[in-house]
Design a protein around this ligand. Structure first.
Ligand code: GTQ
Length: 348
């Protein structure tokens, strides 16, 4: 005869069972399935905005506490408030503010992590990538693809600060990180400044250059002057309701993102323009380069101005309003998601 198990007994039986299978390093899927396969993204990440005017003094203070030499890279990591201690701004992206003082060198090294820089404050610094230097000017977007040698230096008289964006969490997740320091403290220039841009960044490439689809671009600087001119050049007619006037940076030889793991974007919002809410699966870091306004992420509103950095978690609606003509830079893991067939966007 069938006897119904009382709920309390059932719970005890299960708890006992979980404990016994646990001893063999097994656990029941049915307790976690909803969290493992959620109906839509539920990132642990929270939206956040770092006001440059509020953090600048503390960034400069690092310049008195440690040298670039000793630090190797003198950077304040922008940690997502919900992921403290994990050195990341979203689950897949790292961001930080790097400072280099006049006369300093951040020594040459290379790693399998890809890096991008967005120059924010000060003049006179350079980044060298595989033997070529580029002078860092405000708004310039500079890349150091995986395994390229890079060092930074400051030949000017002002402290220079830029935003670093790296795919550190992706490489960590994949356990695919390698790094090494160069014997050359500061790379000996092999080519004059501007060589890569002339060869690969002027709608032409060398005759025998045949990049593979996922190769990073040899163009390692996208000067802000050019980006800005393009944004102004497309600012006739009606802005896109969700994005304003927005372009994505590409590897000019392939049309793919400049580096395989991170995509980057520049957008212009005319004064008074308000975007309609849009959400996408790529959590995104934004930087205000010009102007200012208001940003709404999910339910939170912030005012932003020049050099402020904010992070939008996956699948949270983003809405922007410009008080003054605004130019924003942003980056995300979109190319990874697109390569895997995962990327989605919803225009609300
Ligand atoms: O400039 O090479 O923010 O290696 C973190 C790791 C910057 C860099 C970072 C790095 C760098």
């Amino acid at each position: 005869m069938h006897t119904a198990t009382r709920p309390a007994d059932a719970a005890r039986l299960r708890a006992d069972y979980y404990e016994r299978i646990g001893e063999r390093h097994m656990t029941p899927l049915w307790e976690v399935l909803g969290a493992l396969v959620p109906p839509q993204p539920r990132p642990p990440v929270v939206p956040h905005l770092w006001r440059y005017a509020e953090v600048r003094d503390q960034v400069m203070e690092a310049g008195r506490l440690i040298s670039a030499e000793e630090a190797e890279r003198r950077v304040l990591i922008l940690e997502n408030p919900a992921l403290r201690g994990q050195s990341c701004i979203t689950q897949s992206l790292y961001a930080g503010l790097q400072l280099i003082m006049p006369g300093e060198v951040a020594p040459a090294h290379r790693h399998t992590q890809s890096a991008l820089r967005l120059v924010l404050d000060g003049e006179g610094a350079y980044t060298a990538v595989d033997g070529e230097r580029t002078t860092m000017r405000r708004g310039d977007f500079i890349i150091t693809p995986a395994w390229t040698w890079h060092d930074h230096g400051n030949l000017g008289e002002q402290p220079v600060v830029w935003l670093d964006g790296l795919d550190i969490p992706i490489v960590r997740f994949l356990d695919a990180g390698f790094a090494e320091r160069s014997e050359q403290h500061s790379q000996q220039p092999l080519r004059p400044e501007g060589d890569a841009l002339a060869r690969y960044g002027a709608n032409m490439v060398p005759l025998d250059y045949q990049p593979r689809p996922a190769d990073p671009t040899r163009v390692f600087v996208y000067p802000f002057e050019r980006t800005r001119a393009s944004l102004v050049g497309i600012s006739h007619g009606t802005p896109d309701a969700h994005h304003g006037f927005k372009l994505r940076y590409v590897n000019p030889a392939t049309g793919a993102s400049p580096m395989p793991t991170m995509g980057a974007f520049a957008q212009r919002l005319p004064a008074g323009f308000e975007t309609r809410p849009v959400r996408s699966t790529d959590g995104t870091v934004h930087v205000c380069l010009e102007g200012g306004g208001e940003v709404r992420i999910g339910e939170t509103d912030w005012r932003f101005q020049e050099n402020d950095v904010f992070v939008v978690p996956s699948w949270q609606a983003l809405q922007l309003r410009a008080d003054r003509d605004a130019v924003l830079f942003s980056f995300s893991d979109r190319p990874v998601q697109q390569a895997l067939g995962l990327w989605r966007e919803e225009r609300l």
